[in-house]
Ligand binder design. Structure first.
Ligand code: 5GP
Ligand code: ZN
Length: 122
């Protein structure tokens, strides 16, 4: 737990969040400002600042989180199959677009018809 870290506070229950999953190591909840029809955040309970701080010994729990991300995506509305899918994003550091300094995976998915491009003109 790191003082004044909002995601530590969500993990501990001190701050509210729409949680969809919790186990001994991690928590998943809805992003407060969703950028897609499905937008979850998956975080480790222990305070790790970002992927820039990951070490070799972190591989087991990080690997479990990636497997969990896939399950959570499909359990929470992402479309299975080749034409469905989801995005798994970990913004890392300021130049990587990270705003909250507690490692998190964005799980983004669901139908996004506005992103379909028009066919190029013949
Ligand atoms: P970042 O830019 O650090 O990769 O993403 C941080 C994400 O956390 C943003 O998508 C933002 O909407 C989300 N977020 C920030 N504060 C809160 C909060 O208090 N609760 C929830 N559920 N999401 C938050
Ligand atoms: Zn934290």
């Amino acid at each position: 737990m790191s003082d004044n870290c909002i995601f530590c506070k969500i993990a501990s229950g001190e701050l509210p969040a729409k949680k969809v999953y919790e186990d001994d190591d991690c928590v998943a909840f809805h992003d407060i400002n969703p950028a897609a029809p499905v937008h979850l955040l998956l975080i480790p309970k222990k305070h790790v600042c970002s992927l820039a701080d990951i070490k070799d010994e972190d591989a087991p729990w990080l690997g479990r989180m990636v497997v969990l991300a896939q399950k959570l995506a499909f359990e929470n509305g992402c479309t299975p199959g080749h034409d469905g899918g989801f995005r798994l994003v970990a913004n890392t550091g300021r130049e990587g677009g990270q705003e909250v300094d507690h490692l998190h995976f964005h799980i983004l998915g669901g139908p996004r018809p506005w992103q379909k491009r028009a066919a190029p003109a013949a």
